[in-house]
Design a binder for this molecule. Structure first.
Ligand SMILES: *Cc1c(COP(=O)(O)O)cnc(C)c1O
Length: 388
């Protein structure tokens, strides 16, 4: 099925207020990095509860800046999960440090603190957990390991904007938290990211690095206060966010908690309707945590379902439902396999999940009718046993 009725995976929602805010920004005569970015940073820092929020062009940029601003580079090792988007490990490589994978737990699909402990070497400088699908990692255990070994803790919170862990906000529990506003994420600025931290030196360095490494005055060099000279103090990047993006972000942030309620509703329906099917549903929310409900994933195992994950994806696509795969394990991708000599079995849990996982649409804007259609199609796809 194509066209109008196709349910696009991760479709964003823009209301008149976002459209008006973009138009007003364009009409305002300044659409670069300015007052809207300042306001978005203030609102996001307040939401996460950190002293600083530095708006950047993507979460990839936020991760890259976080690593460099935290002083990581050549000769350092950063422990992360192999079940993540490429950007997580790519950012480590771009910082000059070496990514070291630690396997996940199969139930939570998040990095296993016991495996982290085993990967620690004299060169380890940081742990970079990813709160996959919106489920908080075991931050107490990771925090204890980080403290014991003197490591930085940098959170990839791309999936976990609304998530909480034991009263603390995800993204505020480590040294730095990185968020994504990519178009499929729980809120979007089309492209965009945020680096959150309580530490002044990290925030200051990240802000300078995000705009060519120019001293802070550069931000105001075109303002109505007259031209100001700037100094280049690092080899920085072009990672700044624009006011057009921030204008959208401010409006989206105000709605995200309400959207979480709808995500929970759809999640609960999926959980009920799929309980009798031959597939693995997501583990339930851990006590004292809030799951951001970014991705509802099923594990499709051919031995149990009589259908492979990829056949399942094809069938849903043909039936007009767009799904995602989050993710095929990174260590099995050509670059990581070749550069580091990994074999699939090196991280068996990540590989197992990566070969079987599929993410169903979970946008808060899905209508009940669309949710019915998705449920009907999943049920019929997983209950037709005779497939010769
Ligand atoms: C989306 C994503 C990123 C990258 O975010 P961008 O804003 O697209 O750069 C990083 N990590 C994870 C886990 C993601 O899902």
């Amino acid at each position: 099925m194509a066209g109008r009725d196709y349910i696009v995976f991760g479709k964003p929602s823009f209301a008149e207020e976002e459209i008006d805010a973009v138009a007003a920004t364009l009409r305002g005569g300044w659409a670069g990095t300015g007052a809207q970015v300042q306001e978005f940073q203030r609102a996001f820092a307040a939401y996460v509860g950190t002293r600083h929020a530095v708006a950047v062009g993507s979460c990839t940029a936020a991760l890259h800046l976080a690593l460099i601003a935290a002083g990581l580079g050549e000769g350092d090792e950063v422990i992360t999960t192999p079940l993540t988007f490429a950007a997580t490990a790519n950012a480590i490589v771009h910082s000059g440090a070496t990514p070291v994978f630690a396997d996940i737990r199969r139930d939570s699909m998040n990095i296993d603190p016991e495996q982290v402990e085993r990967r620690i070497s004299p060169r380890t400088r940081a742990i970079l957990p990813v709160h996959l699908a919106g489920r908080p990692c075991e931050m107490d255990a990771l925090g204890t390991i980080a403290q014991r070994h003197g490591l930085m803790l940098i959170e990839d919170a791309a999936h976990a904007i609304e998530a909480r862990y034991r009263g603390g906000k995800i993204g505020a529990l480590g040294d730095v938290g990185c968020f994504s506003f990519y178009v499929t994420k729980n809120m979007t600025t089309i492209e965009g990211g945020m680096l959150c931290t309580d530490q002044d030196p990290i925030a200051n360095k990240a802000r300078i690095l995000s705009l060519h490494g120019m001293s802070a005055d550069a931000w105001t060099r075109f303002s109505d206060e007259g031209y100001k000279h700037y100094d280049v103090i690092f080899t920085g990047f072009k990672y700044n966010m624009t006011d057009v993006q921030a204008a959208i972000g401010i409006r989206q942030l105000a709605k995200i908690e309400g959207w979480l309620g709808r995500r929970r509703e759809v999640w609960a329906r999926y959980d009920r309707e799929f309980a009798d099917l031959p597939c693995v549903r997501p583990a339930s929310e851990e006590p004292e945590t809030i799951h951001a409900r970014h991705l509802y994933t099923l594990l499709i195992d051919e031995a149990g379902s009589g259908i492979t994950r990829d056949q399942f994806l094809q069938t849903l696509h043909r039936g007009g439902v767009g799904c995602g795969v989050h993710y095929r394990a990174l260590h099995a991708h050509p670059y990581y396999r070749q550069r580091f000599g990994f074999k699939p079995d090196d991280f068996p849990n990540a590989f197992y999940v990566g070969e079987r996982t599929v993410s169903l649409p979970l946008s808060p804007h899905l209508t009940d009718e669309q949710v019915d259609r998705i449920i009907g199609l999943v049920r019929s796809t997983l209950t037709i046993r005779d497939r010769t």
